[in-house]
Design a protein around this ligand. Structure first.
Ligand code: ZN
Length: 216
């Protein structure tokens, strides 16, 4: 998990907003000998197929591990049904407007957890190509704040689905560009989103792209 400590001071509350950590599915191909120029073609082909199978196996194992880790978090129904419904609606609309519906629907993706279980407001569980789920803190009570957290996590999810080569930089250039693009799209449909949220939305791409932000 992204390791950011909670710090309180007299002017506000600083919370880590994001627990997403990029997880790579590294294939263990150590047991296979290196391909050599003099390896017969049929043997090269056999070894290549074994490498592909090993990578698929490792990837599936990582997906299973992530799903298990996510479900160990004591996931809950959102205590405020209306709030939860608004977030689901916002997610599905964001998916269509900002991400060309590349992500799975809210009903499959969004999960809630209470703040005492985690040290973040949102966390995306995924490996390249597959997103297992997005976990959100049920203790964020401002819809405007939650909208920012949701958008932040959806950009992570989209990067995983599109298999953007971000390396180990979860919040690097590709991520920031993704947030800027998504916020620009939201601004074109701001009335729609404010209607869904039932409140004014304050969107600052720079702030949303940060792994930490100050919540007043
Ligand atoms: Zn993040």
């Amino acid at each position: 998990m992204f390791n950011v400590n909670r710090v309180r001071n007299c002017t506000g509350l600083y919370l880590c907003s994001c627990g997403t950590k990029v997880t790579r599915h590294e294939a263990t191909t150590d047991e296979l000998p290196d391909l050599r120029p003099d390896t017969p073609p049929e043997e090269q082909l056999r070894q290549q197929r074994r490498r592909v199978r090993l990578r698929q196996h490792c990837r599936q194992r990582k997906i299973d591990e992530l799903r298990a880790t996510m479900h160990k978090l004591h996931l809950v129904q959102h205590p405020d049904v209306t709030f939860g419904q608004k977030v689901n609606l916002a997610y599905d609309r964001l998916n269509a407007v900002c991400f060309d519906s590349r992500l799975s629907p809210a009903s499959e993706m969004l999960h809630w957890v209470h703040a005492e279980q985690v040290n973040y407001d949102g966390c995306t569980f995924g490996v390249h190509g597959v997103v297992v789920g997005i976990v959100l803190s049920a203790d964020v009570t401002s819809l405007s704040d939650m909208f920012g957290v949701l958008l932040h996590e959806m950009v992570h999810a989209d990067i995983e689905v599109r298999q953007v080569p971000v390396g180990s930089l979860s919040h690097g250039r590709h991520f920031k560009d993704g947030v800027k693009h998504a916020v620009a799209k939201v601004m074109q449909h701001l009335n729609d989103f404010e209607q869904i949220a039932g409140t004014e939305l304050s969107l600052d791409a720079h702030r949303i792209a940060k792994a930490t932000f100050r919540r007043e």
